[in-house]
Design a binder for this molecule. Structure first.
Ligand SMILES: Cc1cc2nc3c(=O)[nH]c(=O)nc-3n(C[C@H](O)[C@H](O)[C@H](O)COP(=O)(O)OP(=O)(O)OC[C@H]3O[C@@H](n4cnc5c(N)ncnc54)[C@H](O)[C@@H]3O)c2cc1C
Length: 615
């Protein structure tokens, strides 16, 4: 057992090392969330809310109008769900509209949409048909166009981007049967041929969205390790693989709980020979490429979730006004009214977070790794709660398929399909648990950067002394500041100003708490996932509140007679502050140890007597 543990630890350490090597280490630009975890709320980075320019909005409006008409006319989402097939005329129509080149620059024949307009378009599609939204998003949020845009050579861009703009479909193949969240451990290999001009890929890739129909894929594979400073370093490399390359096989089309129309498969590579020039960004850069691609690629997930939430609001409002039970519309019974209030305020927050992160991506002057991860985490979890409430409010009709509803003469409202389609968002492009760990790791990074060189055997003693003095000086200034109140506030309607003060105060408390936890648990903190989770939850709530406040301010400024954004922001922030207080309280008053022991006991089979009378 001990031996196994030793092996497990070594394996884990290796994974962590590869993941660390693949992290984007340098923060080139400021990050609102990064600073938040340091107790500093830099409102100037997000206030005034970075609204879309009139010109960009007009481009988006025109495109969305065309796209919406097409979807209503040609895409029967229930039929896609039932048959598992997106019809050819839909692929063709989407290609003609330029949907496969939304994010491809105009010089390569694409539409060159901003991230905001792209997200608006994906949201629109998602509100109608989840499968079609995933087809488009997997193709260009993570599929070949995105990494090629960022890391491709001019020749690669010239060769492939125009094909995608015309409708060639792409896919992103990272996951394998034995590796999901921990891709560093992949087993697909790419071995150079003796002349070094080609690589031969062998291995299986699982759950590759668009894989079975893709014309061109980006495939991550292990190339021979390199010795760096006397140590063997795992090399993961990204390759462009074209459909029809001998040895490439689609073994199985996977079927899921929802998203029935997506073409997702188990792919096999058996001696698949690809030329050296198909490497993207260089040997050994593949995992980093995948992680960086996902950093912005995952921004479409919150956009799709926010759109689903907006669609749900209309459904529950109409139904709760119409449906009379116990002498009143169900919407007037407090249990339902309060659900609707929370759904509305949360949808407003999802919009605020989505449009904030999209705008920050467009502005390009901020590091949005943390914001994108939080947007993904926040919006997917909120969307799932909203889907659940929507089903509940629709009662039995929430559980009934839209075709069955129509079959007996009622309106075919696809709440059941929406719920099935939205669940996956908490898993793909980084599970919620992995998002939390990623955010926690990045939140601690500034401290680790200060402390690790002091602990490293590699740092010369003189350097340690200088660094030690500078760190003492830095913390001597920083830490006492976390106990002082105040801080700047953005320009907000007066009713919201107190909430900005609460963000400032909670951010300082968060920074203190995280710092104390690091000091108390040191390396052990990495294993205390519940502690980290609560800090990440607080940080995420603070980010959502900050977006909500500046978003509301911008809407009120644009239309001063309409105070509804202010009302929703107020409700949202009041509730969020309660959740934050509760998370802080749970950091010191919890049953973490007991719960962990109980979970381990369950895993060891101590409660198997409960698993009785089931088939
Ligand atoms: C519909 C669909 C589409 C997909 N599309 C693609 C695609 O196009 N390309 C692609 O490469 N992949 C794709 N995937 C794969 C997807 O990205 C993975 O499912 C995801 O990364 C999680 O991996 P896993 O399912 O193997 O879960 P695992 O990694 O096995 O995790 C199982 C559970 O353990 C948790 N967990 C794992 N590690 C930790 C940890 N250290 N601490 C705490 N909790 C942990 C996870 O959060 C999860 O809850 C797709 C999957 C599906 C179902």
């Amino acid at each position: 057992m001990e031996l196994l543990k030793g092996k497990e630890n070594a394996e884990k350490a290796k994974s962590l090392e590869v993941a660390e090597d693949s992290r984007e280490e340098v923060w080139k630009h400021p990050s609102f969330v990064g600073d938040l975890f340091q107790g500093k709320v830099r409102w100037e980075l997000i206030s005034p809310f970075p609204a879309q320019s009139a010109e960009d909005k007009a481009i988006g409006d025109a495109f969305l109008a065309k796209l919406g008409d097409f979807l209503k006319r040609e895409l029967d989402a229930d039929a896609v769900d039932r048959t598992g097939i997106i019809p050819d005329k839909v692929y063709k129509g989407l290609a003609e509209l330029g949907c496969f080149g939304m994010k491809i620059p105009k010089e390569y024949g694409g539409l060159g949409l901003s991230q905001t307009n792209y997200n608006r378009a994906i949201g629109l599609v998602a509100s109608h048909c989840g499968s079609t939204a995933v087809l488009l998003s997997a193709h260009q949020s993570i599929g070949v166009p995105q990494p090629l845009k960022m890391f491709g050579t001019p020749e690669q861009k010239k060769k492939y981007l125009p094909l995608f703009a015309k409708g060639a479909i792409s896919a992103f193949a990272l996951t394998e049967p034995n590796v999901g969240s921990d891709p560093a451990k992949m087993s697909t290999t790419a071995t150079p041929t003796p002349d070094g001009q080609h690589y031969v890929i062998n291995g299986d890739k699982l759950w590759c969205t668009n894989g079975p129909i893709a014309d061109i894929l980006i495939v991550m594979a292990k190339t021979p390790p390199k010795i760096v400073r006397g140590k063997e370093k795992t090399q993961i490399t990204a390759f462009i693989v074209e459909k029809g390359t001998p040895g490439f096989e689609i073994v199985h089309r996977c079927k899921f709980m929802g998203l029935n129309g997506i073409q997702n498969g188990l792919l096999r590579f058996k001696d698949v020979k690809v030329p050296r020039e198909n490497i993207v960004w260089g040997e050994g850069q593949g995992l980093k490429l995948a992680l960086i691609t996902l950093n912005t690629g995952r921004l479409t997930v919150p956009a799709a979730c926010a759109a689903m939430a907006r669609a749900s609001l209309g459904i529950v409002r109409k139904w709760s006004n119409e449906r009379v039970q116990w002498g009143a519309p169900v919407g007037q019974h407090e249990a339902i009214t309060s659900k609707i209030a929370r759904m509305t305020a949360t949808t407003f927050a999802m919009d605020a977070v989505t449009w904030m992160t999209s705008a920050l991506a467009d502005r390009g002057q901020a590091d949005i790794r943390l914001e994108a991860a939080m947007a993904k985490l926040y919006c997917t979890e909120a969307a799932w709660r909203i889907a659940d409430d929507t089903v509940q409010i629709r009662g039995g009709r929430g559980y009934e398929t839209s075709e069955s509803l129509r079959g007996r003469g009622e309106e075919g409202i696809p709440v059941e399909r929406m719920m099935r389609d939205t669940r996956i968002n908490l898993i793909i492009e980084g599970t919620s648990e992995i998002m939390r760990l990623f955010i926690a790791r990045e939140a601690m990074d500034p401290h680790l950067r200060n402390i690790l060189p002091l602990m490293s055997g590699r740092t010369p003693i003189g350097e340690k002394l200088t660094k030690g003095l500078s760190v003492t000086w830095k913390y001597g200034l920083w830490y006492p500041g976390l106990w002082v109140g105040g801080g700047s506030r953005p320009e907000l309607p007066s009713r919201l100003s107190g909430h900005a003060g609460a963000v400032n105060g909670s951010a300082r408390r968060l920074a203190r708490g995280l710092f104390h936890a690091m000091a108390a648990h040191q390396q052990g903190l990495e294993k205390r996932q519940r502690i980290l989770e609560r800090y990440v939850n607080i940080g995420t709530e603070l980010f959502a509140m900050s977006c909500v406040l500046t978003y509301a301010a911008s809407l009120v400024k644009a239309a001063p007679s309409d105070r509804t954004p202010e009302e929703l922001a107020d409700v949202y922030c009041r509730e969020a502050r309660r959740r934050i207080r509760s998370e802080f309280a749970s950091q010191s008053d919890n049953d973490d140890r007991l719960i962990y022991r109980t979970g381990r006991s369950a895993l060891e089979g101590r409660y198997t007597w409960l698993e009785k009378d089931v088939l």
